[in-house]
Design a protein around this ligand. Sequence first.
Ligand SMILES: Nc1nc2c(c(=O)[nH]1)N[C@H]1C(S)=C(S)[C@@H](COP(=O)(O)OP(=O)(O)OC[C@H]3O[C@@H](n4cnc5c(=O)[nH]c(N)nc54)[C@H](O)[C@@H]3O)O[C@H]1N2
Ligand SMILES: Nc1nc2c(c(=O)[nH]1)N[C@H]1C(S)=C(S)[C@@H](COP(=O)(O)OP(=O)(O)OC[C@H]3O[C@@H](n4cnc5c(=O)[nH]c(N)nc54)[C@H](O)[C@@H]3O)O[C@H]1N2
Ligand SMILES: [Mo]
Length: 739
Amino acid sequence: MNFQSTNPIDGDVKIVRATCTLDCGGRCPLRLYVKNNRIIRVEGDDAEEPEQLRTCLRCRAYRQMVHHPERLLYPQKRIGAKGTGEFERISWDEAYQILAGELTRVKETYGNEGILLATGGGYLGSLHNGGNAAARLLAQFGGFVTHYGNLSSEGAVWASLTQYGSVMVGNSREDLLNSKMIILWGWDPARMISGTNTMYHLIKAKENGAKIIAIDPRYHDTAATLADKWIPIRPGTDTAVMVAMANVMIKENLHDQAFLDRYTVGFDKFKAYVLGQEDGVDKTPSWAAEISGVDAAAIEDLAREYATTEPVALMDCQGPARSAMGEQYNRCAATLCAMTGNVGRSGGSAGGGLMGIPVGHMFRMSSIPPGKNPFELDGPRVKGTLDIRLRVVKRIHVNKIFDAILRGKAGGSPADIKMAWSMCNNYLNQTGNSNKAAKALHKLEFFCVNELFMTAQARYADLVLPVTSAAERSDLTMPWPSGPYFAFVNRALEPLGECKSDLDIASELAEHLGIKDFNPHTEEEWLKMLVELNPEYQKHIKGYHEFKKDGIHRIKLPKPIVAFQEQIEDPENHPFDTPSGKIEIYSQRVADLNNPLCPPIPKYMSTPEDRNDPLIEQYPLQLLTPHAKNRVHSELYNVEWLREVEAHRAWINPIDADPRGVGDGDEIYVFNDRGKVAIPAWVTERIIPGVICIFEGAWYAPDENGIDRGACANTLTNDAYSDGGAAVMNSSLVQVQRA
Ligand SMILES: Nc1nc2c(c(=O)[nH]1)N[C@H]1C(S)=C(S)[C@@H](COP(=O)(O)OP(=O)(O)OC[C@H]3O[C@@H](n4cnc5c(=O)[nH]c(N)nc54)[C@H](O)[C@@H]3O)O[C@H]1N2
Ligand SMILES: Nc1nc2c(c(=O)[nH]1)N[C@H]1C(S)=C(S)[C@@H](COP(=O)(O)OP(=O)(O)OC[C@H]3O[C@@H](n4cnc5c(=O)[nH]c(N)nc54)[C@H](O)[C@@H]3O)O[C@H]1N2
Ligand SMILES: [Mo]
């Protein structure tokens, strides 16, 4: 069936073809039924071929988000204390005067270094809206401070760049059907989806006879529905188990030496470490068992089965890498993939944790070369989505924004930040250590937030500007973990209330700042240009109008995409993009950094806040903070329909619950030196003893005693980053007590 994007069905109902742009990275097709500027119904994909992209639970509640009674509909300025949420309505004109006035005051008093622009995942799906326009505007205003790195996948990005010189390390999902065995190593796509139809392909792979093994501290939804075996593991110890698997393979001569000789460098150094020739410690399965809690026999069996089954997709992801030394897990996984000859092979995988494919894919590129960040220096050139040269004055690691505000230059931060303008993020809630973030927001002289909702962070703003939802503007987007397709998000509604897009806000603010001709094009002209001037689109999309009408352009692949297939099939003409032209199991670039916490071969090491940290006496439980299925980070948390899907509770094993007198459903406190949250317990054997789990994204809401009644996971996490750049949210020790 082919709809017009504005095809009337009963006179005054139109059906608009759009695609969700939420930051889960999937892109579910949406057919929005609109009547009197309201979405009255949401339906999913109606394609019959090649397969339907099944619209997810979050998208099914799209209407609840767009028309939520708490949507911000007009500009507001703060009248109460920061954090209390007391605001009063003002006009757009007054709002622009305030913001332009503060930008000018801070620039004149402190220079452009005083201005922080924070953008984020909230509207990452967009090629047109989101933070781009504000960045362009502030560049014309003389420059700004912003952040580098991402909270998602910096460990995986570092590992993939080091090992392969590329972040496009994924095979397209249908290639899972060619696997004999699939290892979900810290990967739970039933919940975090990893692309709209990933579960569909995993189910088909299982029907096809693939054996599925899950390695995770939690018996998660994907394991519960698909896995033949669950191997529970202590957080932060995956690399030890992988190293021990390498040990078994080497000793039993199960590894693919011919592959290693032809395509890799440095295996000998890794081997010397694995066998203990480097440090006297033979990294046997019993060595790893002690660290990880996984049986030595299970490690041996897994190593043998992995090495003798062909092909195997070892799917490492990003959750375990969002930890201290997290990048080692992705690098070691990639090394196992090379040891078994699974790289560049259909049904195999390259590891590396990113899973992205280079077609119809919008990957959040990081500019971090191994271990070094160019933006720690002053960096005038940044490649943005539009390849616009931005005048960035300084960059701060995204997990250190609030720390930098508090410290200032005197305390070692790169800049003295005096004001911040934030859009598409809720970083108070989403970066490490929310209590510290709140302190930093108290310190700012001025804070402006563009938002749809009065989020935890917006409550600390001086000025809140209401933005349109994706339903109220047109845009282009692509899925980021898989595809392959391009999407045109057709505008379904006129802006609600007085909402404006981030682009319109920047354009109108430009006039108040005296910047002329900031936005000379209409939305339609922009979108047409973006399609027609972008080579990636032009490779696939011929007609702009047809694309717009269909809302989606699927790319028909003659065969599944397999990362690095060319490099493996024809290595002479297709070297890897590394200094050696090969897969770098040993990286000289990394060795040159001379940083023991960032070793040139993948290594397991003990880290702060793991089970060896003496802090464990006081805080004996490791905290995991994965992504919830019924929201996207903090987005959608206020949607009632989705709340009913799953209550926000802390997972705790009976072995930890019983001695603390904690029964199922009891209110508990989870705490450490950084903070304390109150949350109901879910007593379950689906999590291993010694570990508790609080999904990220619940809204930070401290009471007068500083207890976070919202139970935001980041009230408990650390705002540090690993030496490869990973945010360390999953390395936090806590204690639990009955409330
Ligand atoms: N403890 C812990 N913390 C984590 C993680 C974890 O695993 N554990 N994961 C991390 C990861 S991977 C990520 S990507 C980050 C995400 O961090 P954030 O990007 O800060 O997360 P969101 O909660 O999605 O916040 C997006 C905000 O943007 C708003 N928004 C949506 N669309 C628009 C728009 O068009 N314009 C504007 N101005 N605003 C808009 C939404 O209302 C929402 O409040 O969280 C990280 N935090
Ligand atoms: N529904 C939904 N989907 C999302 C998002 C969302 O907020 N909601 N966010 C999207 C975004 S921005 C991102 S970056 C991705 C994130 O995707 P991921 O990074 O893959 O997701 P996480 O939920 O952090 O964790 C994945 C799994 O790792 C496990 N894990 C944690 N630590 C360890 C460990 O040390 N070892 C092992 N073996 N396992 C461990 C967790 O128990 C969890 O099952 O998800 C995307 N998809
Ligand atoms: Mo993310």
